[in-house]
Ligand binder design. Structure first.
Ligand code: ZN
Length: 407
């Protein structure tokens, strides 16, 4: 049994036309008009496939086939970043729909029911992972009133406009013992599979984050009268850290270690004053918890060394601390076997971006399959995965789901 690749292609085209931008991308921020249209479209497709359609209190959309026992779930998200691509999220939902549809059409008997899911606001118009957090019981109700989009629109008001109560979203909680497995097919969003010429990625873990806010403090002085050697220039600490931090990660990290300094603020910010204070974000990403801890510890020591070398004081606050999530060995095994049975090359790799699978993976067995992204591009209209790669990924997903639902 194989997926109907032409039908999957038509679904991808139809969903990709919803929220299409002038640049050929897709804008479907959560709860906007395009997202609502995509939601209605998906529910219609779920109904047309003869699946039981349901929307929970967080707006997550489900399509279920057969009842009883712990469920094998498959899915991703419908929402997109502004002017993003047509594959991110959409591929996982539509390939999942195609797989459930094919298994149903063939009348295959499985021990576990199958359930398609499209999670709400994965991309984070209102902060991210709203649907999967609610579903796994990790959405904190006291934070719901604070969730806002870039225009200041509150999640509470955005959901009220479509007749939903955001404060009721924690009711979407599902007991993890009812989840046998969750599998997400996703584009890689990076260049690794394409570079290696491998069509199937078996995701080992989803990266964790340590994001520090670092403030160096020196002394504001006259830019003309203060000799170069008498300065306590806070910007020198910041630029030195950017350079040495990069060296630290290249020397002590792995191929999947990342350091990004994306924010740099200089005070007082005048051309004729020696910088008195600099603030920067220092963000580490890594798939191994142990390596992430080691890089974070080394970075803290480096920050202190840099400050003292330039005669500065420094304070470091932790802004974000998210542990890497290893994915389930059982599901990785099923994906590998499925790829082998289909004669597709595969390789293991970490997921370097956030995904619903990392949220579900904290409470239940979760797995991810990656397919290549052309030139590693995503979150852009340039996002592209070939028909052949889509078909291969969907067929691996189909076999994986059968194995998980049979055993
Ligand atoms: Zn995604």
């Amino acid at each position: 049994m194989r997926v109907d690749a032409a039908r999957l292609r038509r679904d991808l085209e139809a969903l990709g036309a919803i929220g299409r931008t002038a640049e050929g991308g897709v804008s479907r921020p959560s709860w906007g008009a395009a997202d609502m249209q995509a939601r209605r479209w998906l529910q219609e497709r779920i109904g047309a496939a003869g699946l039981e359609s349901r929307v929970d209190a967080a707006g997550n959309i489900f399509g279920r086939w057969q009842s009883g026992g712990p469920v094998v779930m498959v899915g991703s998200h419908l929402d997109s970043v502004p002017n993003g691509g047509m594959f991110d999220g959409a591929l996982g939902v539509l390939a999942g729909l195609e797989c459930v549809r094919r298994i149903k059409e063939e009348g295959i008997r499985l021990r576990h029911p199958l359930e398609l899911v499209a999670f709400t606001d994965e991309e984070g118009a209102f902060g991210g992972f709203f649907g999967s957090y609610a579903f796994t019981g990790t959405l904190r109700s006291e934070e719901i009133p604070n969730l806002k989009d870039a225009t200041g629109l509150r999640m509470v008001d955005a959901m009220a406009r479509v007749g939903m109560d955001a404060m009721a979203a924690p009711g979407a909680y599902r007991d993890p013992t009812e989840i046998r497995a969750y599998v997400e097919l996703h584009i890689e969003q990076g260049p690794v599979l394409e570079t290696h010429g491998v069509p199937i990625g078996v995701v080992d873990a989803v990266v964790g984050f340590r994001r520090f806010g670092v403030t160096f403090r020196g002394r504001a002085d006259h830019a003309g009268t203060t000799p170069m050697t008498d300065r306590r220039d806070a910007l020198l600490g910041a630029t030195d850290l950017v350079q040495q931090g990069r060296e630290l990660v290249l020397t002590h990290g792995t191929a999947a270690s990342r350091l990004t300094v994306g924010v740099l603020k200089v005070k007082p910010g005048a051309a004729n004053i020696v910088p008195a204070e600099t603030y920067l974000t220092y963000e580490l990403r890594e798939a191994s918890a142990e390596m992430l801890r080691s890089l974070a510890d080394r970075s803290r020591a480096l920050i202190a060394d840099v400050a003292s070398a330039w005669g500065l004081t420094v304070s470091v606050e932790t802004i974000l601390d998210i542990e890497p999530v290893p994915l389930a060995d059982e599901i990785k095994g099923c994906i590998v076997t499925a790829a082998q049975e289909l004669g597709y090359k595969h390789m293991r790799l970490p997921a370097m971006a956030g995904h619903d699978a990392q949220v579900v993976g904290r409470v239940a067995k979760a797995g991810m399959i990656f397919v290549p992204s052309k030139d590693g591009r995503s979150h852009s209209p340039a996002e592209f995965t070939s028909d052949e790669d889509v078909e291969r990924g969907a067929n691996v997903l189909l076999l994986t789901l059968q194995k998980l639902a049979a055993g």
